[in-house]
Design a protein around this ligand. Sequence first.
Ligand code: SF4
Length: 406
Amino acid sequence: MIRENFLKEGYTEAGNSDEADVCVVNTCTVTSTSDSKSLKSIRSGLRKKDKCVVATGCMINDRDLDLAKLKGVDFIIKNKDKYKIPKIIQQSLEPSALSPQPSGSITWFEGHSRAFVKVQDGCNNRCSYCKVSIVRGRSRSRASEEVFRECETLIKNGYKEIVLTGICLGAYGRDISNSVDLSRLIKELCRIKGDWRIRLSSIEPKDVVDGLISQMRSEDKLCKHLHIPFQSGDDDILKRMNRPYAAGDYIGIVNKLRKAIPDIAISTDIMVGFPGEEEANFQNTMTFIKEIRPMRLHTFGFSKRIGTPAHSYKDNVASAIKKKREHALMDAVKGFTKEFEGMFIGKIARVLVEDKRDKDDFLQGYTDRYIKVLIDGPDSAKSCLLTCQLTLTNQKAYGILLSYSD
Ligand code: SF4
């Protein structure tokens, strides 16, 4: 969206950061590592002479941000004004040269075969470790007509997969009216004709409601893959995290999903080393993961974020222990990934091919269940939805190309 608004104002995209006149750093503050990476990018922009450096994103929205760290930055722009960055720059240079209204929509998505469409921002939950809900504010949804138009354009422009994203995607529509929700939005979007599919980026457990489950089963365009962030499988830790669930609730949701769609792909996030996470708490998470058997897992270590309740929690877990726990979880999940992929070997699947080949020059892409597949095929198949038969060689899934649609 930032890129498109610059292009609409007549700017051209630089081939690399050395050539750029304006350098926009869209910061992230979800962990302390994100803060460091954002500041590193800003400093790298500032090191280059005669550049206009713009800092925006969640780190900028953080009330506790030490502004001294942004010394030299030309424009510091809050999230709410992100969509008018070129306009703000132009106004400061030439106050009279006002441009047409910038937009918050996108029509293409650089370097990706799938397009990410943000339908919602903000979150009304208050997980005790989370800074995102603080910097992004309460949940706000985009009008469904606007989302529909954006998806229609992207599909017309050749995108074969739309990923619906949001900070709390399942809250979509609640701030608009009782009759608008994520299921209804999906239903509307699925009316857009063509050979394309839709994926949900991440959804909170409580938003995996019966309506969505039956839609996952019946709607052909909807990828049978849900990423549900569980964060922990220990009830005490979940309580301290201010997550409104117990591990048993999670297991109930997963069982319901698997009863409706036995081969659904379930992936998750687990945070390790939350303050007070003793070995026994961690072992509960380990047992939980073995019960859930996710096909993919993202782990990360707790980091203190100023302004969150967990910032003052004691009983910090040493970094070495956090790393050890992350590895233990990842090792456990490797087997589940293989087991899940094994269910599809010999079967026919649709694979959306990415723009870049893998290191051995194979095409690479993902099935609707988010299984990574390597294919020996022509460049013309990039960004296409291929129909393949899956095989397994050297522990990797390969696709025998049967046909493709571009
Ligand atoms: S649901 Fe997600 S975004 Fe909302 S407070 Fe919890 S972790 Fe943060």
